[in-house]
Every structure is written in structure tokens, then in C-alpha cells.
Ligand binder design. Structure first.
Ligand SMILES: [Zn+2]
Length: 391
């Protein structure tokens, strides 16, 4: 799967079609060159608009094409606004792109950065609108993952995670690293490691492995976010697992944080697949906590069965000592509507001095954290937290 993705990516980067050739010619060193990029982006955006329009005409007869495009860009916009709230992350991306020595530009990264810069400015800057950048970004995402077409209501959480993955993969092409400069901002800000400890119910022997994540999915089993999270990282679940020591087939599995990210994405599982394979939305209220305390346990848990050497090396290399960290809520992405098929996404984002903004389609309005906590308890779908202190 990964290989296929990389091949597709390679085709994207080295393809012979006109658009790709144009992209390869661009290097950002002067205002002239920036203007050239804008021209190409406008063309990309226009061609993607026409392409989308063709697709929608086939599906619907065309009369709602404009509405669907607006709806899709609004949904994508809600996901992006949530990510833009991670300001230091956007700043790192912006700095890396501006100082890149690579001749190759990446449309997705460039559009993301330009949109994050335009966020607080007026609609048009340098002759290109937010909508054009948004369409170019969607087309670039569709090149990598054809699921993100305008013909269906895309899942905002999937799109948000796709953005991180696509930026990380683009960064790999640009030579961004994990441990040395230029560091990949996605890995440095969003990735974290969790340790899964599986204990045999019969003989008590342990298997122990570390996995990397960019978000946590929380089943809505309690009425507050911190309890749902506590459940994931503390309460063991029983699972079928063959023990290498005694042959036992039942084990307890539990997770602990091995490292903590700067920005933590929590997805609340509001969409549930029924036995008839339809998706229903869960409207139960969940208390959104403005602050979370999260414990991190980087120490090795003296496993009976050793990790592989590579995993052991990972174990030794920790960004944080064993401690608790405080996280502050900075953005809430909500799905407003009664079912998965109707309704749309909007996001509430913190800005400076305790002010919050609601991004809903084209409308941007002022709000407060208190209102967000109160009004989004039945619709919050993705929560973004920023680490503010490490104990
Ligand atoms: Zn056993």
C-alpha cells in the first residue's frame, strides 16, 4: 500500500503532463517567482473547478455544482482552520518552505502555508483568493487519495489526518528529517508514541511494543472527554492473543503514553456503523475539558519478551522524562446536523487573549471558550489540544 502510494507520489512529482512540468520549474526566491506560482495555482484551481464541475454534472445534472463545491470547500476549510490553530506548527512549515533549497515545489504544502498566512488577512492577496488556494489544495489531496473528491461528503477527521500524512510525505521528498534539521514539523508537533503492554491471563508474561500515532480515537463510553481518554490509557481490555510462553489464548491489553506530542488530536467516535452497514451519528453530550492532565511513562516496562532492537532504541530515545503534562484546548471541529448525510462541519478556534473564533462556511464570528464548551457538547467531533507545560 505504502509502495503504491510512493509510486503514485513519484508519478505526481515527475509526471510529464503540463501542470507537473510547470510546478517543477518553480523556485521561490523572488516576488516575480511568487507571482508565477500564483498564476499556476490559479490555473490549477480553475482546471480543478472545471474537472469537479464535469464530475458533478454527471452525477446531478449540474444545477447544484456550485453549491456542492462551496459545501466541500467549507468542510475542508473547517478542517484546515482547526490545523491552523496550531500556530507554531504552521510557523515551522512556513519557515522551512521559505528557506528550502529544493527546486521542486509542492502544491499541497505551498497552498497550506499560503492559506495559513491568509487566515487573518483580507480575502484576496496577490491576486489569488482563498477559494482558489483551497481548490488547488483539494486537487492536490485528490491526486494522492482519490477519496477526497467533491462528489461525497468527506469525513473532516480523515481529511485532517490526510493533510498531516501528505505534508509528512511531501517533507520526506524535500529532505525533512526526524531527529536532525531540517526537522519535519508534522513529526515534531503531532506524532507521539504509545506503548502497548499485553499481559497473558494465564502465566502473566508480557509482550511490549511501541507504536507511533498522530491522533487518538475515543469511543464515547463516558460523558466527559478526560474519562474517555483515561479509559483508553488505563483500563485494560481483554483480547485473544496467543502466548509464546504458555500457549494461553487470552490476554489483557493496555496502552500508556511513551512520548507526548506538542499538539494532541482527539477524535470522538460520533459515527457508528450499524449491523446493516449504515452509519449513524451519536448525539450524546460529552463534556469538553478545556484542560487535560496526561501522564507519560517513557520507561521500559521490563518485558518478558524483549522488543526488537529497533524498538529498544526507540525506547531509549525519549523527548520527555516520566511526568505529567498539561494540555490546553485550542480548537474544536464539530459536525452540525442530524445524520452523516446532512449537515456540515464548522470549527471553533482559539486566538490571542482568550478570544475564540467560529469558522462556519464563509462566516467568521467571535465567540468565547465558555460558549464553545457549552454549545459543542453534542456535536464536537475532533478536539485539538496544545501542550502548555510539562511537570
Ligand atoms: Zn502465558
Amino acid at each position: 500500500m505504502r509502495k503504491e502510494k510512493e509510486e503514485r507520489k513519484e508519478m505526481t512529482l515527475h509526471g510529464q503532463d503540463r501542470k507537473e512540468q510547470k510546478k517543477e520549474m518553480i523556485q521561490f526566491k523572488s516576488e516575480d517567482e511568487m507571482a508565477k506560482l500564483m498564476e499556476v495555482l490559479m490555473e490549477l484551481a480553475f482546471s480543478s473547478y472545471m474537472e469537479y464541475k464535469k464530475r458533478i454534472v454527471c452525477l446531478t445534472g449540474g444545477s447544484v455544482a456550485g453549491c456542492l463545491i462551496l459545501e466541500t470547500t467549507a468542510n475542508v476549510n473547517a478542517s484546515l482552520q482547526c490545523l491552523f490553530t496550531a500556530e507554531s506548527f504552521c510557523g515551522e512549515l512556513s519557515y522551512l518552505l521559505d528557506n528550502s533549497v529544493h527546486k521542486l515545489e509542492d502544491t499541497f504544502l505551498r497552498c497550506f502555508v499560503e492559506l495559513s498566512r491568509l487566515r487573518k488577512s483580507s480575502e484576496v492577496q496577490g491576486g489569488i483568493s482563498k477559494d482558489s488556494l483551497l481548490l488547488a489544495l483539494i486537487e492536490s489531496a485528490t491526486d494522492i487519495n482519490p477519496e477526497f473528491t467533491i462528489s461525497q461528503q468527506n469525513d473532516a477527521h480523515e481529511f485532517l489526518c490526510h493533510c498531516l500524512t501528505q505534508m509528512e510525505e511531501s517533507g520526506r521528498w524535500l529532505g525533512w528529517q526526524e531527529d536532525v534539521d531540517p526537522r519535519c514539523p508534522v513529526r515534531a508537533n503531532f506524532k507521539f508514541k504509545m506503548r502497548n503492554i499485553i499481559t497473558c491471563s494465564s502465566c502473566g508474561s508480557r509482550q511490549n511494543k511501541v507504536e507511533v500515532f498522530n491522533h487518538i480515537s475515543l469511543p464515547l463510553v463516558h460523558n466527559s472527554v478526560d474519562q474517555c481518554l483515561y479509559d483508553i490509557v488505563n483500563n485494560p481490555t481483554v483480547l485473544e492473543s496467543k502466548c509464546k510462553m504458555c500457549g494461553g489464548e487470552c490476554a489483557n491489553s493496555r496502552w500508556t503514553f511513551h512520548t507526548l506530542p506538542r499538539f494532541l488530536i482527539l477524535q470522538l467516535n460520533r459515527f457508528k456503523v450499524t449491523e446493516y452497514y449504515t452509519v449513524v451519528k451519536l448525539h450524546m453530550p460529552v463534556e469538553i475539558k478545556p484542560e487535560l492532565q496526561i501522564n507519560c511513562h517513557p520507561e521500559s516496562d521490563t518485558p518478558e519478551i524483549e522488543n526488537s532492537k529497533a524498538e529498544a532504541r526507540e525506547t531509549d530515545r525519549n523527548e520527555l522524562g516520566g511526568s505529567a503534562a498539561t494540555y490546553r484546548l485550542i480548537s474544536v471541529l464539530s459536525h452540525v446536523g442530524s445524520t452523516t448525510l446532512c449537515g456540515h462541519y464548522l470549527s471553533d478556534c482559539s486566538s490571542s487573549s482568550h478570544q475564540w473564533m467560529t469558522y462556519n462556511d464563509q462566516r467568521v464570528t467571535l465567540t468565547t471558550e465558555m460558549d464553545v464548551l457549552k454549545m459543542r457538547s453534542t456535536s464536537a467531533y475532533v478536539l485539538l489540544y496544545e501542550r502548555v507545560s510539562t511537570g
